[in-house]
Write a protein that binds this ligand. Structure first.
Ligand SMILES: NC(=O)c1ccc[n+]([C@@H]2O[C@H](COP(=O)([O-])OP(=O)(O)OC[C@H]3O[C@@H](n4cnc5c(N)ncnc54)[C@H](O)[C@@H]3O)[C@@H](O)[C@H]2O)c1
Length: 374
């Protein structure tokens, strides 16, 4: 096993999730590379303290520049609020490190373009975080798409729903304000999750009509006061894509206000002869459409069929921490030249493509018209 020194900038929700995926790396049975978390940088002392439970994490600092100067750090994972993406990603590249960057890869299209230009100039290995394609159900959707069994594709729906923002007493954080989350709001928050597989399969939207919706204009600020909240909370993008020469409607749903949903990622494709439906709310169930005189939606139990094999028995069900670990296996094996045809992580170009769609969606919302996607 080749060991790779990792530094994490931003040890909050996602920084800790990644550290825990490294901590159970022995679950993976067919990778030849292993992450070693050697450094973490975060502004908040209590957050930094959590990383003291990782014995090999010997550099714990408030100043990420110190982490970038550490020769043992080869790859930097960055999980900070969106307004800091561009500056920190460019600093990582300037320090000569490889980068695993959180979505949305910059606060807006201009930032994403700058980051992509810097990536190209640097020659560093850079990928963007997006874990749902590593779910066995998502893997199967991609396999079914390649099989050509669907006949003519009639429509596609891809989305991500959660409902925690329905609770008006939940304190505002940086994700509720355009200054820190971006004018794109929920698009930046959940858009990569809904768009990644369609983009990977070549279903790029050509034109989009957006319906964006705001949530509560004020929330508690967590310090006894009130904070104003100005981001879009729900987004419905009705778009057109071209598949095999046919114009196909494709809808992307990104909602922070989705009654009843916790963290539900889903994709549905319907064709004249076949189709597929998968949702993380039923993590083992895959639904396949079979056309004919009588028509069926057939359900099958998938089990633990992840792209990177594990000690976990094939009958068990996968979850969020598993696909985070799978995504890291993809990042590290691709970087190492040993991915061997398995699904690779989102590329800078794919991240930039999401921003072009978000920019068209904002224009569509303000003009109430269909906008072409660049
Ligand atoms: N892939 C996913 O499923 C997923 C899920 C949630 C969030 N995210 C993305 O991860 C990123 C972070 O989101 P989060 O939910 O972890 O946020 P968070 O608020 O939980 O964590 C952000 C951390 O960054 C730290 N920070 C801020 N400025 C810093 C600086 N200058 N130097 C060092 N640390 C700094 C904060 O102290 C905080 O601990 C965002 O880009 C978000 O879109 C991805």
């Amino acid at each position: 096993m080749k060991s790779v020194g990792i530094g994490i900038i931003g040890g909050g929700l996602m920084g800790r999730e990644m550290a825990s995926a490294f901590g159970r790396w022995l679950a993976l049975t067919d990778v030849d590379v292993q992450p070693k978390l050697v450094a973490v940088a975060d502004l908040v002392e209590s957050t930094r303290e959590w990383f003291r439970r990782v014995p090999e994490c010997t550099q714990i600092t408030a100043d990420y520049h110190e982490l970038l100067a550490n020769p043992d750090v080869e790859v930097v994972y960055v999980a900070v609020p969106h307004h800091l993406h561009e500056k920190i990603y460019l600093d990582v590249l300037a320090a000569g490190k490889d980068l695993f960057a959180e979505k949305p890869f910059g606060i807006d299209l201009a930032a994403a373009e700058n980051i992509c230009a810097a990536v190209a100039k640097s020659g560093r290995f850079v990928r963007c975080s997006s874990e749902f394609p590593f779910m066995p159900g998502a893997q199967r959707v991609m396999k079914e798409a390649a099989s050509g069994k669907w006949g003519r594709v009639l429509d596609i729906v891809s989305g991500f729903h959660h409902s925690s923002d329905l609770d008006a007493s939940k304190a505002a954080n940086w994700k509720r304000q355009s200054r820190t989350c971006g004018e794109i709001g929920v698009l930046g928050d959940l858009g990569m999750h809904a768009l990644h597989i369609p983009l990977r399969l070549g279903w790029k939207p050509n034109a989009v009509f957006a319906q964006l919706q705001k949530g509560y204009p004020e929330r508690p600020d967590g310090k006894g006061g009130v904070a104003s909240c100005d981001t879009w909370d729900n987004a419905m993008l009705n778009a057109w894509t071209t598949i095999d020469g046919h114009e196909v409607p494709i809808r992307f749903e990104m909602r922070r206000l989705a009654p009843g949903a916790t963290n539900t990622w889903f994709i549905e494709v319907r064709g004249t002869q076949g189709g597929v439906k998968f949702s993380t709310s039923e993590p083992k169930s895959l639904w396949l459409f079979e056309g004919g005189k009588e028509q069926y939606w057939k359900r099958t139990d998938l089990g633990f069929d992840t792209p990177f094999k594990t000690v976990t028995g094939h009958i068990f069900e996968p979850g969020f921490p598993d696909i985070i670990q799978q995504m890291w296996a993809a990042f590290l094996t691709e970087r190492n030249g040993s991915i061997n045809g398995r699904t690779h992580c989102a590329t800078p170009e794919e991240a930039l493509a999401t921003h072009r769609i978000f920019a068209a969606a904002l224009e569509s919302q303000s003009s109430c018209s269909v906008m072409a996607v660049a």
